[in-house]
Write a protein that binds this ligand. Structure first.
Ligand SMILES: [Zn+2]
Length: 462
């Protein structure tokens, strides 16, 4: 048996790992899109690095595009197996993938004839075709794929429906347990439950996005939002642009703003969520209250909709979105994508970046080479749609807002394991520097054998 790492290998996007048995049976864990890797992005997304016809099954950890975004391409190139995931993951994946196909087409049209022309990777028809292969499974139930392969999902607390995947493989007269963490959420998330414990594994593929960071406490998020909106909108009369993932981060911001309203501290300005996708994703999250933690349940005793407040409007049409550009009044615009690499938020940043009154507020992880990453790092000028812009607006970041656990959360995720029984931990979904630091920390915690696979690396398991 071996594992090949086709993405999320020494970077944080494109998650794709294939477990292959000696008889050739292959199980693909996630099929994510690469994002924000500069010139390499298109090349990586164009070439999967394996033959989809030879993959038999797929299990999806969660619906973020860097984990599911190339499924339509996988299916269009011949994959015919079943794709297993939870119900919220399937619902979110469908709307995210349809949106991704649409954005790709729009970006392709917008950049047509320009030097940096962007090709669409797949169509909306490809997405609909792919959705036929999905099969919903429950947390904490064991499913048999073949007599040699079983799996179970546990709650990873990262986004609604997110799971860690636990494979049980019978081969060479022995059983091997392989756990893929997916993305690990925080213990004490604003909305979701904490990650679950899991049975002893022989091999663990562990995400490591924040393998060398500690997040701040959750409470100051509300304070930071209130302060930034007050200073930008009320004092300077400007706009706050918040690039945010449609799934997870957008709802966390809405939840935090709703909490400010409950405390009578919400600045009185219009709040726009400019992303039809975010509205749909918010609805999926509202449809699955069984996934909420006790904090949200408690707020729902006094407020039946913890994601809605005075002044909030979801923008649907492109015309309404464009109209926001011409409206000089102060407002808050929350729009995707989170790394500002795609979607409507690129237009909002382009239109507001040259005015000192405005603020661009980054609220999540950004690849260093993405537009969001360049803004966080303090670049004085950036390229948007191939044109150069001076960064005159304020750029702020609330780093503590993250759907990913920090290193204490990751170690806590592993605390249910006897390190002596874990043959190897493979660090995936992290930047190489971070992973090297985290590997040392894991060694200090008894995990003696840690490996950081590189892109397309194939590793034999004992
Ligand atoms: Zn994720």
């Amino acid at each position: 048996m071996h594992i090949t790492f086709h993405g999320g290998a020494r970077n944080v996007t494109g998650s794709k790992h294939i477990v292959q048995l000696n008889d050739g049976t292959s199980i693909l864990l996630d099929c994510g899109m690469f994002q924000g890797l500069g010139e390499k992005t298109d090349d990586y997304n164009d070439h999967l690095g394996f033959n989809p016809l030879k993959v038999n099954y797929m299990i999806l950890s969660h619906a973020h595009i860097d984990h599911c975004g190339l499924i339509p391409k996988l299916v269009a190139e011949g994959f015919k197996g079943t794709i297993y995931c939870t119900a919220p993951t399937m619902e979110l994946a469908q709307i995210l993938l349809l949106d991704s196909a649409k954005i790709q087409q729009q970006d392709a049209d917008y950049t047509k004839g320009k030097q940096n022309h962007e090709e669409a990777l797949y169509t909306e028809e490809d997405v609909i075709e792919a959705m036929h292969l999905f099969k919903i499974v429950e947390y904490n139930e064991e499913y048999e794929i073949t007599p040699r392969i079983k799996f179970m999902l546990t709650d990873a607390g990262h986004v609604i429906g997110s799971a860690a995947i636990h494979l049980t493989i019978f081969e060479d007269a022995k059983t091997t347990q392989i756990t893929f963490s997916g993305d690990v959420g925080r213990y004490g998330d604003l909305i979701l439950r904490s990650p679950q414990k899991f049975t002893q594994a022989d091999y663990i593929l562990l995400e490591s996005t924040y393998g060398d960071s500690l997040h701040k406490d959750l409470e100051p998020i509300e304070d930071a939002l209130q302060q930034i909106i007050h200073e930008t909108c009320i004092i300077r009369g400007g706009k706050v642009i918040i690039p945010a993932f449609s799934v997870g981060r957008t709802q966390e911001i809405l939840f935090a703003l709703n909490n400010l309203e409950l405390k009578n501290r919400l600045p009185d300005v219009p709040y726009y969520v400019d992303s039809p996708l975010s509205e749909k994703a918010t609805q999926v999250i509202k449809d699955h209250p069984e996934e909420y933690n006790s904090r949200v349940n408690k707020i729902m005793e006094v407020d039946d909709d913890p994601f809605a407040f005075k002044g909030l409007k979801f923008i649907q049409s492109t015309e309404e979105s464009i109209a926001l550009n011409d409206d000089p009044r102060p407002c808050v615009i929350i729009s995707s994508s989170g790394m500002a690499e795609a979607g409507r938020v690129r237009h909002h940043i382009r239109n507001n970046i040259s005015n000192t009154k405005n603020t661009i507020l980054m609220v999540g992880y950004c690849e260093p080479t993405s537009l969001g990453g360049r803004l966080i790092r303090g670049d004085n000028e950036v390229y948007i749609f191939g044109d150069k812009y001076q960064v005159q607006a304020q750029v702020c970041a609330i780093k503590s807002m993250s759907a990913h656990g920090d290193y204490e959360d990751l170690l806590r995720f592993l605390s249910c394991q006897d390190p002596a029984q874990v043959k190897k931990v493979f660090l995936v979904h992290g930047e190489y520097d971070t992973q090297q630091n985290f590997a040392e920390r894991l060694a200090e915690n008894g995990f003696a054998n840690v490996e950081i696979p590189y892109q397309h690396q194939k590793i034999e398991l004992e």
